[in-house]
Write a protein of this length. Structure first.
Lengths: 355, 377
């Protein structure tokens, strides 16, 4: 019985080289335990290289790029772990989110390569079993060189993607399955992968850190501080509660839905904010891409594309999209844009009364 | 509604619920569902729970509701406010309304009723008697309407089975009790889907948002003929790619000519063509119903107050005649005054046409016209 299972079991295990690409897997953690590392060792000069590499992982990600270098299992697993410790010690939720998304994108790159590799059926099977199935409960099947997932499993993930390309109608659907190419299959789990790493960061226990790591935490803090100041400045009480709520969610590094981003951008444009100012509001979003965001904001402002200037959605529309956090101060307004005006008018009234 | 008409309807509905308790279906996992009902000349009462068939029967006989509803969703606590109910999944439901099919026959059997003075007019206009603008359409669907509705049901079940992998026994089809059909899908796999996922399914079924890029046709059309040829689907391909291809390409040899034509006419023209074909192939359902997981849907086997007909199961859709199979009220004759009615058929009997006439009709026909707003007891 065991003999019969052996070929199957060996086909779903990663080799060391492949495991290095996926340091978030529990196998990678077990490997590290076997090596018996102690954090104190990181003050040693010989270990500096791996700390620098951890820092490089973080900074590349925060700059919006994917960290592409791949070394041996030891270096990869340890630098990943140190990066988690640094980000956790910094304690800024938006940095944790952005770093998690960056690591997810890195893993996504390796996963795509592994799924595309026709001659490496064992790696492909290991990826599908250990990552897709075990970690994310997504059973991916293979049929004539294509991948397929159940319609319900596809919809749970892809119905939140913004592009029409992901709509079920634009996929190949048959007999309860959606057929996908390797890139698309991997994209399905990116968000879950990112959440897994985010969760891993939050579960990190940071007690007494060696000085070499502490120094990196301080360095990172000084680099991201200016963004944080900007955001605190932007969240003031002069905005309607729906807009404030979106700003707060962004400042926490969360990923507001498309409808919320649309409301925020059109609102800010209509009260006279510049393209630069509006684009900068989205900086802390985990999937922020400066070029894309700028283009989209310009599109909304009517500078690009159809040249239509988009107006801020009504309160009714915002409510239907679960974005409304109406307070007493909203009384009588039918569009978030009026909130500002009404307040301004009221404040002026109060001033003239007092004078 | 006037008192004598109201009394006639209540009497007929009570008699139906008294005599036909086995006809009313008890939905699966009843305790996890929210129930609601409408009262004659009154509002909606919902967020109720009914634990057994006996409780349901007691409610029907005590309240004599005009319409009875049950949630497609399963909840932990069905009676709590919506946000606190605890969503545990929902049946996938579809509504096909023949009024939305733009059928030409509708002109022959629709009339417009003034809400203020109940004047009946052949066309939509301000009331010719009191000049009120509050007019509403009422229609007595004909056999053609029902056939068209059945066609949509068949298109829908085909897509559900072939593409979405729903098994035949997981689908239950009902006549809605008035102008269309309801379809319930009981699938463990689809049950947990949220509203955006259901909206995506609705778009898939209707043929909305199909992209030319899915057929290899790009906006800038820079790809060579061969590129597009390689990506352009064949009729045997799965899903919408195959469906559209089947309409455009009669046989394999015609493909180069079709693709050349598409490239010549351009991206926008192809998109328009795609949408036109997709609308034709897709089933015309009401997407709002499918995507709304918190909706209460008419309970299977109960009466519809817009017609007095029942929401009746259609086990054999081809041979199902709603004017016979869903017409379940009594035959006892009663006097009514009919303002207007085209000729109609119920339980194999023809009635009308009538115009401002006192007539003696069997209860089922009298109730039908009263429910349509065309007669008074």
């Amino acid at each position: 019985m065991v003999d019969a299972l052996l070929p199957y079991l060996s086909s779903i295990q990663f080799g060391k080289g492949d495991l290095a690409k996926y340091p978030f897997l529990s196998e990678a953690g077990s490997y590290l335990r076997e090596l018996d590392y102690s954090l104190d060792e990181f003050d040693d000069a010989s270990r500096r290289r791996v700390i620098d590499r951890a820092m490089e992982r973080i900074m590349t990600t925060l700059d919006g790029h994917v960290f592409k270098q791949l070394e041996d299992l030891d270096t990869e697993v340890v630098s990943f772990l140190i990066a988690l410790i640094i980000v956790r010690a910094l304690g800024m939720r938006n940095v944790s989110r952005k770093y998690s998304l960056g690591e997810a994108r890195r893993a996504e790159m390796f996963l795509e390569q592994d799924l595309k590799h026709e001659n490496k059926a064992n790696v492909r099977n290991a990826v599908l079993k250990r990552i897709f199935s075990d970690l994310f409960a997504l059973d991916v099947m293979q049929e004539d060189g294509r991948f397929k997932v159940k319609v319900s499993e596809y919809l749970k993930r892809a119905s939140y993607f913004h592009d029409d390309h992901w709509k079920l109608i634009n996929r190949i659907v048959h007999n309860g399955y959606v057929y996908l190419d390797p890139d698309e299959t991997v994209r399905l789990i990116r968000d879950e992968l990112s959440l897994l790493i985010y969760d891993r960061i939050n579960r990190m226990e940071v007690r007494q850190l060696p000085d070499s790591i502490k120094a990196k935490v301080d360095e990172l803090r000084s680099k991201v501080a200016k963004h944080a100041e900007f955001r605190t400045y932007m969240v003031t009480t002069k905005y309607p509660p729906c807009v404030q709520h979106i700003l707060q969610s962004l400042s926490k590094g969360e990923n507001p839905p498309h409808s919320a981003r649309f409301l925020l951008a059109t609102y800010m444009l209509s009260i006279g904010r510049s393209i630069d100012e509006v684009s900068a509001l989205f900086e802390s979003a985990p999937d922020y891409n400066e070029r894309v965001t700028r283009y989209q904001v310009e599109h909304l402002a009517g500078i690009r594309g159809s040249r239509t200037k988009y107006t801020c959605p009504s309160c009714e529309k915002a409510a239907s999209e679960n974005l409304c956090y109406r307070t007493e101060e909203c009384n009588g307004i039918i569009n978030p844009v009026q909130f500002g005006r009404r307040r301004a008018w009221k404040d002026e009234g109060a001033k003239s009364e007092s004078s | 509604m006037k008192e004598p008409s109201l009394n006639l309807l209540k009497r007929a509905f009570r008699e139906f619920y008294f005599k036909n308790d086995s006809y009313i279906e008890t939905p699966a996992r009843m305790k996890e569902r929210e129930f609601g009902y409408m009262q004659f000349n009154d509002g909606m009462i919902r967020h109720l729970t009914l634990k057994s068939k006996n409780e349901l029967q007691a409610l029907l006989l005590k309240e004599i509701p005009s319409d009875v509803y049950c949630s497609c969703a399963y909840y932990t606590s069905p009676t709590l406010p919506m946000q606190e109910k605890g969503f545990r999944g929902a049946d996938l439901i579809f509504d096909i309304d023949t009024k939305e099919l733009n059928l030409t026959c509708v002109k022959e059997h629709e009339v417009w009723l003034c809400n203020d003075c109940r004047n009946v007019m052949p066309e939509k206009q301000n009331c010719s008697r009191c000049n009120s603008a509050k007019v509403e359409q009422t229609s007595l669907p004909c056999e053609n309407c029902i056939s068209a509705g059945k066609m949509e049901v068949k298109k829908l079940t085909k897509i559900l089975q072939e593409d979405l992998g729903v098994a035949e026994q997981e689908i239950k089809i009902y006549f809605s009790g008035n102008n269309g059909f309801h379809l319930h899908v009981y699938s463990k796999e689809l049950e947990p889907l949220d509203s955006p996922s259901r909206a995506d399914i609705a778009d898939y079924i209707m043929g909305n948002n199909l992209l030319p890029e899915s057929f290899g046709v790009k906006k800038n059309l820079k790809g060579s003929l061969n590129d597009v040829m390689n990506r352009f689907p064949n009729p045997a391909d799965f899903g919408w790619r195959g469906k559209i291809s089947g309409k455009l390409i009669k046989d394999e040899k015609a493909k180069p000519k079709v693709v050349r034509g598409i490239l010549k006419n351009g991206y926008v023209q192809f998109k328009v063509e795609l949408n036109r074909i997709a609308k034709e192939i897709g089933a015309r359902i009401d997407p709002k119903v499918t995507m709304d997981v918190h909706r209460v849907f008419r309970l299977q086997g109960t009466l519809n107050s817009k017609s007095g007909l029942a929401k009746a199961p259609c086990n054999d859709i081809d041979n199902f005649d709603p004017f016979k199979g869903a017409c379940l009220l009594g035959d006892e004759e009663t006097n009514v005054h009919v303002m207007y009615s085209p000729k109609f058929k119920l339980k194999e009997n023809y009635f009308g046409p009538f115009k401002d006439k006192d007539v003696k009709l069997p209860t089922y026909a009298a109730v039908y016209l009263i429910c349509k707003g065309l007669a008074d007891a």
